[in-house]
Write a protein that binds this ligand. Structure first.
Ligand code: LRH
Ligand code: MN
Length: 427
């Protein structure tokens, strides 16, 4: 954790500019009849989970360039997220991925996280890689799928792994399981598409029926990769059908990178919320495929429109869903990338909060698209960053988290402590 007095010291030279910027932003918002303090209050309560698999450097099949000082185990990943959270005050939870995270002492890990003001968000199972601990010591393989595999042993082993992930989650205090399946085909005719779907539905139902009280499960769709002809849970429609087949406590997780080019993701969000099956998000951004780039770095307007649909779905407030980041940091310092992703998510949320909804409704009722665009663009072009900075300041965070992160020299300290060659588990 970063000592709050150190953060206050780093903030001090910035406070007078911040005050001036905040006054200006508050004036903008008051003009459309909104209260800046209400918006700041909402932002101060916003948090987006950090993915344990992205506090290290990510890579592609073409290469990986470790940054040094990467966490060597889940305990050190929790420490890194604690540093992130002490600066942003908006990353109060960490989402683990098993077996990339396989803690020896879950109770101690739970306590370590709690001591740092963190809790464990949705757990992620992994039946897309063969791993002795998930394939019954290699007795089975997921080469041709997991829950969709024609081999009953592979299906049973995959179910068993998910139940084991739930059990670990219970020890850690988590309350949800995310199931992303790589299951699919690479060649037409390779598998019976309907049979694959029905096998997955059956497996998810079995997992769902083992959920402890108070737990939720999320189905995560993705059109392709690693399967390149068909993927069982390929889009929101398949994910909705699977969640409905699994049970009442199953809903759909929307990973922004898991949509074909030009897909209207905000409409997908609206549909899933409408039927009460929107469970959560994996925030990231992309230009082409599942690029897992920094949230809001390529299509910030789309992210804004998604938050507009969330505010609509929540009747003016943000619905209680699982908000999580899922990125792969190939070039940037992972913690810097998470700082920027968190900021971009908060910006989209704040912009959606300052939409003049009354005028937007008037425009929609009058079929006046020009006025509707004016309303949305005004909110999107409102500089809400001082409001987010103020929310952070009130929570004891840094006015400029990226600047503060560099000022404290955490990466250098971790390279000295952990070494330059350490590589974190993950993608
Ligand atoms: C699949 C995915 C899924 C995770 C993995 C790390 O592309 O988005 O959410 O299991 O990335
Ligand atoms: Mn994801």
């Amino acid at each position: 954790m970063i000592d709050p007095s150190r953060i206050a010291e780093i903030n001090r030279p910035r406070e007078s500019d911040h005050r001036a910027d905040l006054d200006h932003a508050a004036t903008q918002i008051t003009r459309i009849g909104l209260d800046a303090d209400d918006v700041i209050g909402a932002l101060a309560g916003f948090s987006v989970a950090a993915p344990s698999w992205a506090v290290g450097t990510g890579g592609t099949r073409f290469g990986r360039f470790p940054i040094g000082g990467e966490p060597r185990n889940t305990e050190e990943k929790v420490d890194d997220v604690a540093v992130l959270h002490s600066l942003t005050r908006a990353n109060g939870s960490i989402s683990l991925h098993v077996p990339w995270d396989d803690p020896d002492d879950p109770e101690a890990l739970r306590q370590q996280a709690a001591d740092r003001g963190l809790f464990f968000d949705a757990m992620n199972s992994n039946t897309f890689q063969d791993n002795p601990s998930t394939t019954d010591d290699g007795r089975t393989t997921y080469k041709f799928g997991s829950l969709a595999n024609v081999d009953a042993d592979a299906r049973e082993t995959a179910v068993a792994h998910n139940l084991a992930v739930i059990d670990l989650g219970v020890e850690l205090g988590s309350k949800a399981l995310t199931v992303w399946l790589a299951d699919g085909t690479n060649h037409p005719g390779q598998a019976d598409l309907r049979r694959q779907f029905e096998l997955v539905a059956e497996g998810l139902r079995t997992i769902h029926d083992h959920l402890p009280d108070g737990w939720r499960m999320f189905t995560e769709h993705k059109p392709y990769e690693p399967a390149f002809y068909s993927t069982v849970n390929n889009d929101w429609g398949s994910s909705l059908l699977l969640a409905q087949a699994a049970g009442e406590r199953a809903s759909c997780l929307v990973d922004l990178g898991h949509h074909l080019p030009n897909c209207n993701i905000e409409q997908v969000v609206s549909r899933l919320a409408m039927v009460g099956r929107l469970g959560g998000f994996h925030f990231n951004d992309s230009k082409y495929g599942d690029d897992d780039l920094t949230t809001g770095s390529i299509k910030p307007f789309q992210l804004f429109l998604i938050f507009c649909e969330l505010i609509t779905a929540g009747g003016g407030t943000l619905p209680d869903l699982a908000y999580m980041i899922d990125q792969s940091h190939n070039l940037k310092d992972p913690l810097e990338d998470l700082i920027q992703a968190t900021e971009a998510t908060a910006i989209a949320y704040a912009q959606a909060l300052v939409v003049d909804r009354a005028t937007l409704r008037e425009a929609q009722d009058a079929s006046d698209p020009a006025l509707a665009q004016e309303v949305l663009q005004r909110a999107f072009r409102t500089d809400v960053r001082p409001l987010i900075a103020e929310a952070r300041l009130r929570n004891g965070g840094a006015l400029d988290p990226l600047g503060a992160y560099r000022a404290i020299g955490y990466r250098h300290a971790m390279i000295a402590a952990r070494g330059r060659a350490t590589v974190a588990t993950g993608l």
